[in-house]
Design a protein around this ligand. Structure first.
Ligand code: BGC
Length: 744
């Protein structure tokens, strides 16, 4: 039946409007079961007899359209009537609208298309097929324009006109059943305040930065208009601030019908906390008419955390909301400006934390599938997947492309699916093969166009790229990913001798070029790595360089202390603060606690001066910020060109809180938390910490608290899980199912 359905489109290009494709159908006999499948190039919504069908929004979701597009399946048995009207509305979405940056559109096609087929099984056992073809009629709709970045206009007074019959559309891609999670409306938040800003703007504050849209229930005069824009923050004077949205307009316009109206976008979404009503037909705002609808991939919550420090609790809240906001079918960098892209580096950095907070296995199975599909023949992996840049290609960058190795390994640790790892193994090897193939030196990755230690402050106040040598970062990740291939190969029983040899060579070459007397060598200029913004003098002696050498094990035992001391000194010299960006930050606390400096790790965690995690908390953040000092101490903003207040990357710190402070760590020999290392590292600054994870083997909980100088521990181990306990005193024990108490 799928093969009988045709891709169709409108005889008149809808442009930014969303047309409706209609088919009327009279069932011939009593219906036993009816199943409808649909997909689109664009985003579609399905109605039967006026009822919206299915829990999903923004279907069919975002995949590498050139390779595959998902279709969804709906049981519509109960919706069929004697005269059934099937309607599919299609907006431009990711495939046709603006994407990449707001000046690029039509990435995949210059018009929307759709396909649907319905199997009707009658009581007598016969079937009837309804499929998209030229008999479907096309109508205009009340959605007169819709863009993901720019927002949606819904005009309830717009005449609905017949455009004509659908025409066939030549769509070249593969239809696949939905592989990812549904994107759904998850929760609704009421405004916490109606603000009149100093400029006189009328602004609603939802109290939480989020991704989704505002739903408005309203009755007014026919033709009255609501015009609203979205923003994440107010400026230092308390006025609406949307400059950091760059070219994304995030503007929804609603024209009232005169009756009871319910408005919300169907084919667009926004990232926001504040909404400015620049046109509103009433004197006062009734907050009951407004709800912020939180939209993201439907992920099961698996992790929880609470401690005795309210600022750290707020940080955790911000991490969770950063993930909710950016796990919308694709792991995106941010949900608001003209970007919202599957940046591989951001995804890689955060995936370990992500897999604690939520069950992300299916979510990543889909996205990693696209990473593999888009991987070049030479093994390269781009900075953005699905790639949606015309002409301008994103970079092939170390720490971004390494998503191909890091994520499969983290998924294996969290969920233990060997089958999935096996499927992803060729992608891992190809990425390492790519790094091996790029010259000029066989065992190093020199030159290239990297993002470097993105947004590290040591690159200079206004720079996007940190100071750490990109050659050093790239070669260190070459070693690390090779190591991950070896680990994965061992799990899979593959022959990895070639990679063992490669690893030794890369390690030796790394040490030869980048280290001298046990420390990062004096600076050398990177081979050939243009910077994105300001010219940054690259350095090899940076916090991030030391962190990578230590975390990736690129040192000899005799050098360990020197490296650790150097890192500690640099942190102290910097006022007990990090100078790390996207690359170094996720590992810095792990490195400190692994090498005897857990107290310093806590000091960094508790640091409140920028760069620090609590700086943004002190500035009222409700999600993670992209930039350490997105809002500066004097209240002014960092450059609007790169200043999202909803970027999850630095939220990766939670895997230290969970894995080290609370001490729950999966182990590769018995993944998915079947066996764990249970090694909490309590510290008085938190008072207590209580975390749990609903693992594939049951709920594991680690809780510690102080009474005076004594630490009390409570652990809960589910049936079938073995925990290798190691308390700070050195006490060890093997725990199986049960609830345990210790004190020391
Ligand atoms: C994104 C980042 C991304 C970066 C590449 C930015 O525009 O928002 O999060 O990783 O580009 O360095």
């Amino acid at each position: 039946m799928k093969s009988a359905a045709k891709w169709i489109t409108s005889p008149r290009n809808a442009g930014e409007a969303a047309f409706t494709y209609r088919k009327d159908f009279v069932p011939a006999k009593a219906v036993k079961k009816a199943t409808l499948c649909a997909s689109a190039i664009g985003v579609y919504a399905l109605w039967i007899n006026g009822t919206r069908v299915g829990k999903g929004v923004l279907t069919p979701g975002w995949t590498s359209y050139a390779h595959r597009v998902q279709y969804q399946t709906y049981d519509v048995t109960d919706l069929l009537t004697a005269n059934t009207r099937i309607e599919l509305g299609v907006g431009q979405g990711w495939a046709v609208g603006y994407i990449g940056y707001a000046n690029t559109n039509h990435f995949f096609d210059d018009k929307v298309s759709l396909i649907a087929w319905m199997d009707v099984l009658y009581e007598d056992g016969t079937h009837e097929a309804i499929v998209t073809d030229e008999s479907w009629e096309v109508y205009t709709s009340e959605v007169t324009s819709s863009e993901i970045y720019h927002g949606e206009t819904v005009d309830k007074t717009a005449p609905i006109e017949r455009v004509g019959n659908a025409i066939p559309s030549d769509v070249k891609t593969k239809l696949v059943p939905q592989v990812g999670e549904w994107i759904t409306e998850q929760e609704r938040l009421a405004p916490v305040e109606v603000i009149r800003t100093p400029k006189g703007e009328l602004v609603l504050d939802f109290g939480q930065n989020l991704t989704g849209y505002v739903e408005i229930r309203i009755k007014g005069k026919r033709g009255d208009r609501i015009v609203m824009r979205h923003a994440e923050v107010l400026d230092q004077d308390g006025n609406f601030y949307a400059a950091n949205m760059r070219a994304a307009k995030n503007r929804n316009v609603y024209v009232l019908s005169g009756g009871e109206d319910l408005f919300k976008p169907t084919y667009s979404f926004q990232g926001f906390r504040y909404v400015r009503l620049s046109q509103y037909p009433f004197e006062t705002v009734d907050v009951n008419n407004f709800r912020a609808v939180v939209v993201h991939s439907e992920l099961k919550r698996t992790g929880w955390f609470h401690c005795g420090n309210e600022k750290i609790n707020q940080l955790y809240h911000n991490i969770i909301w950063g993930q909710k906001s950016n796990y919308l079918d694709v792991p995106t960098d941010c949900p608001q400006r003209d970007e919202r892209l599957g940046w591989t580096g951001d995804a890689q950095v955060f995936c370990r934390t992500a897999a604690i907070n939520f069950d992300v296995e299916r979510f990543f199975r889909k996205w990693m599938g696209d990473v593999a599909l888009e991987q070049g023949k030479d093994g390269h992996v781009l900075g953005v997947v699905p790639n949606c840049f015309h002409g301008y290609s994103t970079r092939i960058s170390a720490a971004w492309g390494d998503a191909a190795c890091v994520i499969p390994w983290q998924l294996y640790l969290a969920y233990g699916d060997r089958g999935l790892l096996k499927k992803q193994f060729p992608m891992m090897k190809k990425w390492v093969g790519y790094m091996h193939s790029v010259g000029p030196e066989e065992f190093l990755w020199l030159g290239g166009r990297h993002y470097g230690d993105w947004l590290a402050i040591d690159g200079g106040e206004d720079a996007c790229e940190g100071a750490t040598s990109k050659d050093l970062i790239a070669s260190a990740f070459f070693a690390y990913s090779t190591q991950l291939v070896i680990q994965a190969g061992e799990v899979l029983g593959e022959d990895v001798s070639e990679y063992r040899e490669l690893y030794q060579n890369v390690r030796a070459a790394f040490r030869g070029r980048f280290m001298k007397d046990g420390l990062p060598a004096p600076n050398s200029i990177d081979a050939d790595s243009p910077t994105l913004s300001l010219q940054v003098q690259s350095r090899q002696m940076t916090q991030t360089a030391l962190v990578l050498i230590l975390y990736f094990g690129l040192y000899e035992a005799s050098e360990r202390q020197g490296l650790v001391d150097a890192l500690v000194d640099m942190i102290r010299e910097n006022g007990t603060r990090m100078a790390t960006g996207f690359v170094g930050t996720p590992y810095i606390l792990h490195v400190l606690s692994e090498h005897g400096h857990t107290d310093l790790a806590y000091e960094l965690l508790m640091q409140e001066k920028s760069p620090s995690w609590l700086y943004s908390v002190n500035h009222g953040a409700t999600t993670m910020w992209e930039h350490w000092n997105g809002i500066k101490d004097d209240g002014s903003f960092w450059r609007p060109a790169m200043n999202s207040f909803n970027h999850y990357a630095y939220g990766a710190v939670f895997d230290w809180i969970f894995g080290v402070s609370c001490g729950i760590r999966p182990i590769a020999e018995a993944p998915a938390y079947k066996e764990i290392l249970l090694a909490p590292s309590p510290n008085k600054c938190l008072g207590f910490a209580d975390t749990s994870i609903a693992s594939r083997h049951g709920l594991i909980r680690s809780h510690w608290y102080y009474k005076g100088d004594t630490v009390y521990y409570e652990f809960e181990i589910p049936c079938g899980v073995t925990a290798h306990l190691r308390l700070p005193s050195g006490y060890t024990e093997t725990l199986t199912a049960g609830i345990y108490h210790f004190a020391e």
